[in-house]
Design a protein around this ligand. Structure first.
Ligand code: ADP
Length: 302
């Protein structure tokens, strides 16, 4: 199990993290160190808290009214839930890409420029747009049509546009919540290749239900599971966190071994439930604006 002793260059760290939605404890006791410039995959059955933990890293759970955390999350040693931390500023350092590509209903160019401007970027905007699109391996596809709507692109291109938008504000970490779930296999491979490129410059944390994807893209893998609670609910927890090849070839826990080899036996709780949609509609532009302002812009059809 990776721990503070092993990861000496942790960018993000959780200490005894519990996350509740209302009175329901969704995930408990998560102790996790995320090292710099590596790709870390979160795997495990649905509903065991992977996205919940991911969203704690840049306080996206603040946008869910009922969410409450206990324990600590630190980013470069600083408690990100401390009073002095501005979540909007934090999200420019720890960006996020969602399951469903969500470009702004604006031109390809503006999709990149808008957030950068809000973040106070005063350099050469054309250069930033090109550089971000190149890093997202999208430049060659779109260089002749930067004024066209981002929404006119294919699903895979839209997701790469969202990645370009996230990296344009020069984050240190990029969180990805099932970024390929809505994509076809070819677009999926392109995003995976992109993750390999990106992790030389950024720390990537990716939630994925695709185990081949976890084994292809990540350096470290965290396996989560859920257990029943006395009240008939369930609570997620981190079972094992280690180098990806250890998790897939020689895990310490039997439940990890069963899960990665596709044996869904008694160790699994399969819950069919409706998880509320995230992000809520008004949170399109959540990186850059307070939720009040993003709500008002969304209402204006932004
Ligand atoms: P995973 O990413 O592993 O599928 P989630 O983090 O989405 O799991 O969910 C963990 C638990 O938290 C589930 O029981 C889910 O129903 C609950 N949950 C997730 N998001 C919300 C929310 N916005 N409001 C209430 N409960 C939620």
């Amino acid at each position: 199990m990776y721990s503070t002793d092993v990861v000496t260059d942790a960018v993000l760290r959780t200490k005894n993290l519990n996350v509740y939605y209302g009175s329901n404890l969704a995930v408990r006791d998560v102790n996790l160190d995320i090292p710099e410039k590596k790709a870390i995959a979160f795997i495990g059955p649905s509903g065991c808290g992977k996205s919940t933990v991911l969203r704690c890293f840049n306080r996206m759970n603040d946008l869910v009214k009922s969410a409450k955390i206990e324990g600590k999350v630190t980013f470069r040693g600083q408690d990100i839930y401390g009073n002095s931390v501005n979540p909007i500023g934090l999200r420019s350092r720890i960006g996020m890409v969602f399951q469903k590509p969500n470009p702004f209903p604006k031109s390809i160019y503006e999709n990149i420029a808008f957030g950068a401007r809000l973040n106070g970027y005063i350099g050469d905007m054309d250069q930033l747009v090109e550089e971000s699109l190149r890093k997202a391996v999208l430049w060659d596809d779109v260089k002749g049509k930067l004024k066209e709507s981002g929404l006119a692109l294919s699903g895979g291109q839209q997701q790469r546009l969202c990645i370009a938008r996230a990296i344009a504000v020069k984050p240190e970490v990029v969180l990805m919540d099932e970024p390929c779930a809505a994509l076809d296999p070819i677009s999926t491979i392109k995003i995976e290749e992109l993750i390999h490129e990106l992790k030389t410059q950024y720390t990537i944390v990716i939630v994925t239900h695709n185990m081949q994807q976890a084994s292809r893209v990540s350096d470290l893998t965290a396996f989560y599971n859920a257990e029943p609670t006395p009240k008939g609910g369930k609570v997620g927890y981190l079972v094992e966190y280690d180098r990806t090849e250890v998790i897939f070839q020689n895990p310490a826990q039997e439940s990890t071994r069963d899960y990665v080899s596709g044996r869904f036996g008694a160790n699994y709780l399969i819950f069919r439930e409706k998880v509320p949609k995230f992000p809520p509609d008004h949170c399109h532009i959540q990186y850059f604006l307070s939720s009040k302002r993003s709500k008002s812009l969304t209402q204006q059809g932004f």
